[in-house]
Design a binder for this molecule. Sequence first.
Ligand SMILES: [Zn+2]
Length: 87
Amino acid sequence: MPAPRLRSRSLRKISRKVPGGRTKLHFKKRKPKAAKCGNCGAALKGVPREFPFRMRSMAKTKKRPERPFGGVLCSRCMRQEIIDKIR
Ligand SMILES: [Zn+2]
């Protein structure tokens, strides 16, 4: 039986091979949800699903696509936005 603090579904169970050859259950924090498009709610591509401490040490160019509204709108909604602006 795992320790009481680990008896929770909020932690992810990972089986890891230990140096002795046995596999042990490791408990890890779940990653945050994928970033969503501000317009249609689709998961954003090119935006990593990482913890804030890891995002902080990441380069800006690795955190979102380099285009207008990159990391806020999906590419389809961004194109729509630009079309609406021209009209
Ligand atoms: Zn969208």
